[in-house]
Design a protein around this ligand. Structure first.
Ligand code: 13P
Length: 247
């Protein structure tokens, strides 16, 4: 089953978020065989969770969590708290966190372990920068992030993981990787996962993220190694997001 996840990032007020949720819930009645995940800001979790809890194939996610279980970390949120508010997934290692909040591979790996130990499925994000691609270092960059991320987990742990290839140059830029560019990278991702997990690698969903729109979603999602998408900007408009889900 394909997976389409919305990443609202730091957008929307309470009323806007709830209106968007209601519109998505309504649209889900005509969606078949797609798992849809809404990654919402922390304050939205309880109310959005309440609205989607009985909707088939609609799931709740957070956009980050702390790497410790609990303690004196003012302003932070733990994996256990997220689970207690109904979250099933958590985005980890998004490039905006790697770059703006200087999150290191090691911290992201520990976050994945803590998330899984507390009943959450990580959506592990990775992808090369524009400079890395220009210099031809994108294969190596992606291999490095995967090697220090999901490939450090146990087989039992990795069964819970979704990975999301998000080339940094394509995020919020309007520049999308072509379907061929995305597919060849997804094949590479699969082979890096295969080197660690063998056949189990074929069961790990690999999403594509970066300027996915209703106009390019169908072509991207028709590629054999693209198992769905992680959607930023277009997930803030119900009509666009639902068009992507239906693609
Ligand atoms: P855009 O779809 O806005 O490019 O964002 C992608 C993204 O970062 C999803 O996590």
């Amino acid at each position: 089953m394909k997976i389409v996840a919305a990443n609202w990032k730091m957008n929307l007020t309470r009323s806007e978020g709830l209106a968007l949720t209601d519109a998505i819930v309504k649209g889900m009645s005509s969606v078949k065989d797609v798992k849809v995940i809404l990654a919402v800001p922390y304050p939205f979790l309880a109310e959005v969770g309440e609205r989607i809890k009985d909707v088939r194939n609609l799931h709740l996610a957070a956009q980050n969590c702390h790497h410790e279980e609990s303690g004196a970390f003012t302003g932070e949120v733990s994996a256990k708290m997220l689970r207690s508010f109904g979250a099933e997934y958590v985005i980890l290692g998004h490039s905006e966190r790697r770059v703006q909040f200087v999150e290191k591979c090691r911290t992201i790996r520990v976050k994945m372990e803590v998330a899984i130990a507390n009943g959450l499925s990580p959506i592990f994000c990775f992808g090369e920068s524009e400079e890395q691609r220009m210099k031809g270092n994108h294969w190596k960059a992606v291999k490095g992030q995967l090697s220090l991320g999901p490939n450090m987990l146990t087989e039992d742990e990795v069964r819970k993981v979704i990975v999301a290839y998000e080339p940094v140059w394509a995020i919020g830029s309007g520049l999308t990787a072509t379907a061929d560019q995305a597919e060849e990278m997804h094949k590479h991702v699969r082979s890096v996962l295969y080197s660690r997990f063998r056949e189990l690698a074929n069961e790990i969903p690999i999403l594509y993220g970066g300027s996915v729109k209703p106009s390019n979603a169908a072509e991207l999602f028709s590629q054999p190694d693209i198992n769905g998408g992680l959607i930023g900007g277009a997930s803030l408009v119900a009509e666009d997001f639902l068009a992507i889900v239906k693609a």
